[in-house]
Design a protein around this ligand. Structure first.
Ligand code: FES
Length: 96
């Protein structure tokens, strides 16, 4: 029971089990998506969830704070170091 995560910039796709963070997936896949603090503080890892928001965790308080701080108002904007896959049998498409 996995969900397929596609990172469109890198033409990568990986099937993952719920519970994995996008950071785990990026590091396992060889994506060039950059990270800084890895703790929801800096905003380096902002990604756009182009589709599949229903398969990822709810936006947390750190994500809200960082997005406001950097002026990112899109409802698709998330932090790859905070967001997790929470549902199987889905497709999540990310762009950074
Ligand atoms: S790496 Fe700093 S917020 Fe994700």
């Amino acid at each position: 029971m996995t969900t397929r995560v596609e990172i469109t910039n890198d033409f990568l796709a990986i099937n993952v089990k719920p519970g994995k963070t996008i950071q785990d997936i990026v590091e396992a896949s060889g994506s060039a998506l950059p990270f800084g603090c890895r703790d929801g503080e800096c905003g380096t890892c902002i990604v756009m969830v182009e589709s599949g928001m229903e398969f990822v965790s709810e936006k947390n308080a750190k994500e809200d704070t960082v997005c406001k701080t950097v002026g990112e108002t899109s409802p698709k904007a998330r932090l790859a170091c905070q967001m997790k896959i929470v549902e199987p049998n889905g497709l999540v498409r990310l762009k950074y």
